[in-house]
Design a protein around this ligand. Structure first.
Ligand SMILES: Cc1ncc(C[n+]2csc(CCOP(=O)(O)OP(=O)(O)O)c2C)c(N)n1
Ligand SMILES: [Mg+2]
Length: 576
């Protein structure tokens, strides 16, 4: 077994990944991984993004795979390097994002006997991967070349099909790790650049008879893959006269049926008591909104149908009665609306939504606050833009405050495990593959957590605008009961840090600007969009004031919804 054998096999392996459709990979440095990294870097159809930190590399790969819909390879050396992939692999598992994880390893005879940088990498990620395989790298014979080509295809298609997710190939590599002579050519691949194994997607079964009553509701959650999905769902809801409660991550928050402020509307018990649907249709993942989740939980006697082609089984309160393994876009596009559209039903929701929107506008005014930043980004960014939103308050504010918009930006977020880790890196990954501008909305703790992700700004020449909401700690915890535990809350839960992010911008070669009002935020965004590289736009905020403002909005919204109910009761009284 020579280096030539290793490199012949790995070149065939990378060739197959490219033939299947791979366009991006992430590398990180090391010695044992040399043949894998060099083979990836020498494959012209795959762009290799070089990273220092494996945790950042893996999150970058995750962001790129999420934004492109294609599997991305992440490759590293042996030891804790591989363990640093774990958070992103776990997120990819829960968010159903295709990744091909390539970890280099020492061969079996060098394991557990004191050889350097060697840990047990077998099934390192447990059940978070769809498939684990220990890849022997034998002599490059016609048979083994055929085998490794088929293996690459299997890894690629496994990551992509059904419920997409990560696959893990562990590669024990023997020295010599570097070629000493040119690699001979070989033609073990199929003609015409076809993959060795093709795998057409499984056809989805047509939906059975879905009988639609007059008063239905569509709940649309995260579906980051398919942009036309949002348009089809919005169109169906409009035809059916069903209010559309669409998380911004669904891409469906538009059209005449969109009820943008469901999170605030559904807090009002008098509304939910008087507004009972006869059917709930669910598409995408379950939205984040707690009031929405509580409302769905209370409708256990109402038929709830979930489109779930990837088998995500998202129903923590066990109320879904029909789980359809069919593509919602294809099905809803073909589904006629109910025989009797109840126009008053949708109008009632729309009225509540308009009133709440008025309450939000009146309460927020034109001040530069956290909710206003979320609302403004959703309103301002062009349709070709991608808005990556961090966990914690940014994603919640986006759901609560973003208005419906016909041509809004694509919105992405790591919602598989809701982590605040790796978000900067994920946004850079999205920036690497997105044709339009990418903006990241992130809190200060999340930015501090992945501060090393900013290294991509220096090393990878990518354009990214980071809008940082700095309230010096985890503002979200002020909304929770733990905020009352004053002996330990600040230090151990809120975790203020006093970091100077302008200095971080300097260290990592980013531009930096700190707007003080809404107009200067808009100017800063425009300026960042026109400046190559990464810009950090820091908006200063205060945790206690932010909590008070959210409460104020909630009270104003509740009053607005009550006003609608009272008006509705007066209107209908004569006929009842
Ligand atoms: C990896 C990880 N660790 C811890 C948490 C728990 N957590 C949720 S929100 C949060 C604070 C986030 O603070 P920041 O990013 O400043 O956003 P803010 O709450 O201020 O909006 C933490 C620590 C998490 N979600 N993920
Ligand atoms: Mg914060």
């Amino acid at each position: 077994m020579t280096a030539t054998d290793t490199y012949l096999l790995l070149r065939a392996f990378c060739d197959e990944l490219a033939r299947c459709g791979m366009r991006d990979a992430c590398t990180s440095p090391g010695s044992r991984s040399t043949p894998v990294i060099l083979s990836l870097a020498r494959e012209a159809r795959i762009r290799c993004w070089s990273h220092v930190d494996e945790r950042c590399a893996a999150f970058f790969g995750l962001g790129a795979a999420k934004a492109s819909g294609r599997p991305v390879a992440i490759a590293c050396t042996s030891g804790t390097a591989a363990a640093n992939f774990a958070p992103a692999v776990i997120e990819a598992h829960w968010a159903r994002v295709p990744l091909i994880v390539l970890t280099a390893d020492r061969p079996p005879e060098l394991r557990d006997i004191g050889a350097g940088q060697t840990i047990d990498q077998l099934k390192l990620y447990g059940d978070a991967v769809k498939w684990f395989f220990e890849v022997d790298v034998p002599q490059a014979t016609p048979e083994s070349l055929r085998w490794i080509r088929a293996l690459a295809c299997r890894a690629y298609w496994t990551a992509l099909e059904g419920a997409p997710g990560p696959v893990h190939l562990n590669l024990p590599l023997r020295e010599p790790l570097v070629l000493e002579q040119p690699l001979p050519s070989e033609d073990s691949g199929r003609p015409d650049q076809r993959p060795y194994v093709a795998r057409p997607p499984a056809a989805t079964a047509p939906v059975g008879d879905l009988r639609l009553p007059g008063r239905g509701v569509v709940v649309a959650g995260r579906d980051e893959r398919d942009r036309p999905f949002g348009a089809i769902v919005a169109d169906f809801a409009g035809r059916a006269g069903y209010p559309l409660l669409a998380d911004p991550l669904s891409g469906a928050r538009h059209g005449e049926a969109a009820i943008a402020h469901y999170d605030l509307i559904l807090r009002e018990a008098a509304f939910t008591a008087q507004t009972r649907p006869e059917l709930i249709i669910r598409v995408g993942d379950l939205p984040t909104s707690k009031p929405l989740r509580a409302w769905l939980a209370g409708l256990s006697d109402v038929p709830q149908v979930a489109f779930d082609p990837e088998g995500a089984w998202q129903d923590p309160v066990a109320v879904v009665g029909d789980r359809l393994a069919v593509d919602p876009a294809a099905c809803l596009a073909a589904l006629p609306g109910p025989a009797d559209v109840d126009s008053g039903w949708l109008e009632r929701w729309r009225e509540a939504d308009r009133s709440v929107a008025g309450a939000i506008t009146a309460t927020l005014g034109e001040r530069l606050t956290e909710p206003m930043v979320a609302r403004s980004l959703a309103a301002w960014l062009p349709p070709e833009a991608t808005l990556f939103v961090a966990a914690s308050m940014p994603i919640r504010d986006m759901e609560e405050f973003a208005a419906a918009r016909e041509d809004g930006p694509r919105i992405l977020s790591n919602r598989g495990a809701n982590g605040i880790d790796g978000i900067v890196s994920s946004a850079f990954g999205a920036a690497a593959v997105s044709p339009g501008p990418v903006v990241l909305l992130i809190g200060d703790v999340a930015l501090a957590h992945d501060i090393g992700g900013l290294l991509a700004a220096r090393r990878l020449d990518l354009d990214l605008t980071i809008v940082l909401l700095n309230n010096d700690g985890g503002g979200i915890f002020h909304f929770l009961a733990v905020s009352g535990q004053t002996d330990a809350f600040e230090e151990h839960v809120a975790t203020p840090h006093g970091l100077r992010f302008d200095l971080a911008a300097d260290l990592f070669g980013c531009s930096y600007v700190q707007p003080t009002g809404l107009a200067t935020l808009r100017d800063a965004l425009r300026g960042a969009g026109g400046t190559p590289g990464t810009t950090i736009i820091e908006v200063l905020s205060d945790r206690a004031a932010n909590l008070a403002l959210h409460r104020e909005v909630s009270e104003a919204a509740t009053a607005a919804v009550r006003g609608c109910i009272a008006a509705y009761a007066t209107e209908v009284r004569p006929s009842t």
